[in-house]
Design a protein around this ligand. Structure first.
Ligand code: C5P
Length: 238
């Protein structure tokens, strides 16, 4: 596989063309940002850790029948993925109140929600990824109602799979963000990553945070938390 021109550079990843027009290479970076890019930093080893962690989750979801863009992990920082057009909607699924939900609804962090909440955010850095509803999505023509319904359904299904998988590894899944893409053949598949950058993971016994909140809140031991997550998932510590 030959790495071609860089197609896109995001906050945490770079995407490259390859000599196969159906495949992209994703390179995971050590850069970390929070609060829509207002807080910037580097987490040593984060690229390798998130590449390894996301590989484990994507392979597991593929095996459980969830279609994803993941093809294979190529090396420490790179993975091969299917080419998709990213839907400009972020799907957030929440089991426990934290972050922006706790703030918006005035709920104490840690409040267990009676059922999972699914939210859509408009993927637009200039606007700060605002929360949007079905009517907004329709008016902005971001996705058809069928695609939106399918994304919500996948979100709930993936949540069920991840909650059980993580519970067995002594991790509570608080919330997480998913992105989806559409293949050239028109199939909706899971894209992007599943990692401590995009999920809130709490130790099941102590509620210790094992995710990017440690960076957002300057709690220290960020790299150690990501390493601990990889260890619990059965991956080799970076
Ligand atoms: O900040 P908020 O509480 O809305 O985040 C909900 C979940 O979505 C968290 O797990 C967070 O890491 C993730 N998220 C993300 N990328 C964003 C916004 C949120 O991965 N742009």
């Amino acid at each position: 596989m030959t790495k071609g021109e860089m197609l896109y550079e995001g906050k945490a990843k770079k995407v490259y063309l390859t000599d196969n027009s159906d495949l992209y290479i994703v390179e995971y970076k050590d850069d970390a940002t929070a609060f829509n890019g207002e807080k910037k930093g580097t987490i040593t080893g984060k690229g390798q850790l998130n590449n390894a962690i996301s590989t484990i989750f994507m392979e597991m979801l593929n095996a459980q029948g969830i279609p994803t863009h993941f093809v294979e992990k190529m090396n420490d920082n790179e993975q091969l993925v299917k080419k998709v057009e990213i839907v400009l909607l972020e799907v957030v699924v929440r089991n426990i109140a934290a972050g922006s939900l706790a703030k918006r609804l005035g709920l104490a962090e840690g409040t267990v929600l009676p059922k999972a909440v699914v939210e859509f955010y408009y993927k637009d850095d200039d606007l700060g990824d605002p929360l949007i509803n079905d009517s907004h999505i329709e008016v902005l023509e971001l996705a058809t109602p069928e695609i939106v319904a399918k994304m919500a359904e996948y979100g709930r299904k993936i949540n069920e799979i991840l909650v059980d998988y993580l519970k067995a590894r002594k991790v509570t899944l608080v919330d997480f963000k998913l992105e989806f893409g559409i293949t050239p053949q028109g199939e909706l598949i899971l894209a992007d990553e599943i990692s401590p950058d995009t999920c809130r993971f709490w130790d099941a016994d102590t509620n210790e945070k094992l995710d990017k909140d440690r960076f957002r809140r300057d709690m220290g031991n960020v790299e150690e938390a990501y390493q601990e997550m990889l260890r619990r998932l059965g991956g080799v510590e970076a």
